[in-house]
Design a protein around this ligand. Structure first.
Ligand code: ADP
Ligand code: ZN
Length: 292
C-alpha cells in the first residue's frame, strides 16, 4: 500500500510517494502556478502513482474546521489565484481517496513529535524561519486548531534596541515576527541577502533577539516540551547557542525546570528529521485520513 504526500508551498509543490513504513519511493517538484495549471499536473502524478490516501501540508491560512462548508479551502492567501481555492475537496473528488490536510508547519510539527526531535513527547513547537515564518504546535499529541489555527509567525514583537529597521516589513502587521525576522526581512534591513551575511555581522544579534523573544513567548504561552527551529535562516547553526542564551536571559529565572539547568541545550533544537519534517508530516496525515 502506498501513500501520497504533498508539501504545498507558495513557490513549489513537492509530491512524494511513500510505502507503509514511510520509505520514500518517488519524489517530484513542480512550480506553483495557477490552480488551473498546477492542479491537473498534481492529480496526474497521483493517478500515475496510485495511493491509498493523500496527506497535504499546505501553505495557509486554511479552513480546517471539518464542520465548515469551506473545509479544506485555502482562505486569505496573498497568492490571489489560490485564494478561497478548495484544494482538499478537489483532490478528494479527482482521486476518490481519503485526504488529510493541515498547515505545512502543523504537519512538520506532527512529524517531529512522532518521529523526530520531539519523539515520545506529547507537545512541541516547530517553527520555520525562511521566506516567511510559521509555527506548528502539537499539544496532547495532536496539532492545535482553534478559531482557525495558530499563526505564531505573526505575533507582534518588541523592537530590538539595535534594530535599524524596527518598523518591520509585514504588509499586515509591520513589526510582527515574520515582518522583522524572516529571511527577506533580514535582507531588506541590511540590503544584503541573508545567506551572504557573515557570522560577525550585526544582523545576527538583531535576529537572535527576535527569535529568543519568540521562544520566551512560546514557553510562556504554550509550555511546549521542545522547541524545534527549522527553515533556511536556521542553516546558520551558530544562531542556536545565542538564541538559547538570550531566551534564558529573557526568562529571567522564572522557569523552574531541568531544561533550564541544561542551558536549553536539548530544548531549543534543529529538526530531528532534517529537511524531511514536512514530507513525513504529510505522510502521517495521509495515514490518519485512511484510518479515520
Ligand atoms: P521557504 O521558506 O521558501 O520554504 P526556506 O526555509 O529555505 O524556504 O527559506 C528561504 C529563505 O531563507 C531565503 O529567503 C533566505 O533569505 C533564507 N536563507 C536560506 N538559506 C540561508 C542561509 N544559509 N543563511 C541564512 N538565510 C538563509
Ligand atoms: Zn505579520
Amino acid at each position: 500500500m502506498y501513500f501520497g504526500a504533498l508539501e504545498a508551498g507558495g513557490t513549489k509543490m513537492v509530491l512524494s510517494l511513500l510505502d507503509e513504513n514511510g520509505t520514500m519511493l518517488e519524489r517530484s517538484s513542480i512550480p506553483t502556478e495557477d490552480p488551473s495549471i498546477t492542479m491537473p499536473a498534481m492529480i496526474r502524478f497521483f493517478r500515475e502513482h496510485p495511493v491509498a490516501a493523500l496527506g497535504i501540508g499546505c501553505f495557509g491560512p486554511l479552513d480546517l474546521n471539518p464542520a465548515s462548508p469551506t473545509y479544506g479551502h485555502i482562505t486569505a492567501t496573498p497568492k490571489l489565484a489560490w485564494r478561497h481555492y478548495p484544494i482538499l475537496p478537489e483532490f478528494q473528488q479527482a482521486l476518490g481517496i481519503p485526504v488529510g490536510m493541515d498547515t505545512d508547519v502543523n504537519a512538520a510539527a506532527l512529524a517531529e513529535a512522532r518521529l523526530g526531535a520531539a519523539k515520545g513527547l506529547g507537545s512541541c513547537l516547530y517553527m520555520t524561519i525562511g521566506t516567511g515564518i510559521g509555527g506548528g504546535l502539537i499539544i496532547g499529541g495532536q496539532p492545535v486548531h482553534g478559531l482557525v489555527h495558530p499563526e505564531i509567525g505573526h505575533q507582534l514583537m518588541k523592537p530590538a534596541a539595535n534594530d535599524p529597521a524596527p518598523e518591520g516589513f509585514c504588509p499586515y502587521h509591520k513589526h510582527c515576527l515574520e515582518g522583522l525576522a524572516s529571511g527577506p526581512a533580514i535582507g531588506k534591513r541590511w540590503n544584503t541577502p541573508a545567506p551572504q551575511l557573515p557570522p560577525e555581522h550585526p544582523a545576527w544579534d538583531v535576529e537572535t533577539t527576535y527569535l529568543a523573544q519568540m521562544c520566551h513567548n512560546a514557553i510562556m504561552s504554550f509550555s511546549p516540551e521542545k522547541i524545534i527551529l527549522g527553515g533556511g535562516v536556521m542553516q546558520q547553526m551558530f544562531l542556536f547557542p545565542v538564541i538559547r542564551r538570550k531566551t534564558l536571559d529573557m526568562l529571567g529565572g522564572y522557569l523552574c525546570h531541568r531544561v533550564v539547568d541544561n542551558g536549553l541545550e536539548d530544548y531549543i533544537v534543529p529538526p530531528g528529521l532534517g529537511v524531511n519534517s514536512g514530507v513525513m508530516g504529510a505522510y502521517l496525515l495521509a495515514k490518519e485520513a485512511l484510518n479515520a
